[in-house]
Ligand binder design. Structure first.
Ligand SMILES: NC(=O)C1=CN([C@@H]2O[C@H](COP(=O)(O)OP(=O)(O)OC[C@H]3O[C@@H](n4cnc5c(N)ncnc54)[C@H](OP(=O)(O)O)[C@@H]3O)[C@@H](O)[C@H]2O)C=CC1
Ligand SMILES: O=C(O)[C@@H]1CCC=N1
Length: 273
C-alpha cells in the first residue's frame, strides 16, 4: 500500500451507481493510485486510470484490494478472469446476494491456484456525499489488515457496522442498502399529496424534500429514539395524530414496511448464486 495516501489502492470493477458513489468519496479522501474498470467511459483525476477490460489494466498494477461492484447477475463474466490475473488479491464484494462461497468458487474456477479472500459489504448510495452506512461481513480466515482496508474504504464514505453471520448481509441489504429508495419514494408521495392539497408543484417538492432532510438531520444529531422524536411532533388531538392514525394502523405502515423489507431480503437470497 502507498503509505502517503489515506486509502489503499483499489481495482474498482464496475463504476455505475454504487461503484461511482463510493469512488467520488474515495477520490475526495485521497486514494492510492487505482484503476476503475468499467465498460462506460470515465474521466478520472491522475494518477487514477480507467480500463474497459482487464486486458487494458497496466501489467505492473497490483491493487491492495479489488472492489466488485457489478450487478450480481453479471459478476460471473469477470470473476474467472480476475482469479487468473490477481489470484491472491483480496476481494471486497458490494453485490447483493452473492455469497462468499459462491464467489470463491467462481474466482478460482479458471485458476486452481487462486486463493480468494472475500469480504462482503453492503453500502448505500448516500456514500456519494460521505453519508453512507455499510454493513460488512468477513469470514474468520480474513486477516485484520484485510478487514481494516475494507473498513477504511467504507468509513471514508460514511459509517460501518460489522455483522457476525453472512446471511445478515441480506438483512442489511433490505434495510439500508435498498433503504434510500424507500425514503425517496416517501418524498415522491409527499410531494404528490401536497399537489393534491392545492400546493404549487415546486412548493410541494421543496416542502417534501426539506422535511425529509430536516427530520433526518435532526434524528442524526439527537440522542432521542425516533419514536420520541415522532411523539414530539404529535399534539394530542392534533393534525399529526390524525395522519398517524392512518399510517400506523396495523395493516398500514407496520405491515407494509415489514413486508417490503422481507421481500428485499428474500430477493437477496434468490440472487445468492
Ligand atoms: N445501486 C445501489 O443503491 C446499490 C447497489 N449495490 C450493489 O452494487 C452493485 C452494482 O449496482 P449498481 O451500481 O446499481 O449497478 P450499475 O449497473 O449502475 O453499475 C455496474 C457497472 O458495471 C459495469 N460492468 C458490468 N460488467 C462489467 C464488466 N464485465 N466489465 C466492465 N464493466 C462492467 C456496468 O456496465 P453495463 O451498464 O454495460 O452493464 C455498469 O457500468 C450491485 O451488485 C448491487 O447489488 C449495493 C448497494 C446499493
Ligand atoms: O436493488 C438492488 O438489488 C441493489 C442492492 C441494494 C440496493 N440496490
Amino acid at each position: 500500500m502507498n503509505t502517503t495516501s489515506l486509502l489503499p489502492s483499489v481495482l474498482l470493477v464496475g463504476c455505475g451507481k454504487m461503484g461511482g458513489a463510493m469512488l467520488e468519496g474515495w477520490i475526495r479522501h485521497g486514494l492510492a493510485p487505482s484503476v476503475v474498470m468499467d465498460r462506460h467511459d470515465h474521466t478520472l483525476p491522475a494518477p487514477h486510470q480507467h480500463a474497459r477490460t482487464l486486458a487494458d489494466i497496466p501489467a505492473d498494477f497490483t491493487p491492495d484490494i479489488i472492489i466488485l461492484a457489478v450487478k450480481p447477475q453479471k459478476a460471473d463474466e469477470v470473476l474467472g478472469e480476475l482469479g487468473q490475473r490477481f489470484p491472491t488479491t483480496p476481494l471486497l464484494s458490494v453485490m447483493a446476494g452473492r455469497t462468499v462461497e459462491n464467489l470463491a468458487q467462481r474466482f478460482s474456477e479458471a485458476n486452481s491456484a487462486a486463493k480468494p479472500t472475500i469480504i462482503r459489504a453492503m453500502p448505500n448510495t448516500p456514500c456519494a456525499i460521505g453519508a453512507g452506512i455499510s454493513g460488512l461481513y468477513a469470514a474468520p480466515t480474513v486477516t485484520d489488515q484485510q478487514k481494516q482496508y475494507c473498513d477504511q474504504l467504507l468509513q471514508a464514505v460514511g459509517e460501518t457496522v460489522w455483522v457476525e453471520q453472512e446471511d445478515l448481509i441480506d438483512s442489511v441489504t433490505a434495510v439500508s442498502g435498498s433503504g434510500p429508495a424507500y425514503v425517496f419514494l416517501l418524498a415522491e408521495l409527499m410531494e404528490k399529496a401536497g399537489v393534491e392539497q392545492g400546493l404549487p408543484a415546486e412548493t410541494a417538492r421543496k416542502l417534501a424534500r426539506r422535511t425529509i432532510f430536516g427530520a433526518g438531520a435532526l434524528m442524526d444529531q439527537s440522542p432521542l429514539d425516533a419514536a420520541e422524536l415522532r411523539t414530539r411532533v404529535t399534539s394530542p388531538g392534533g393534525t399529526t395524530a390524525a395522519a398517524l392514525a392512518v399510517l400506523m394502523a396495523p395493516d398500514a405502515w407496520p405491515a407494509t414496511v415489514s413486508e417490503a423489507i422481507q421481500a428485499a431480503a428474500r430477493r437477496a437470497k434468490e440472487l445468492s448464486s
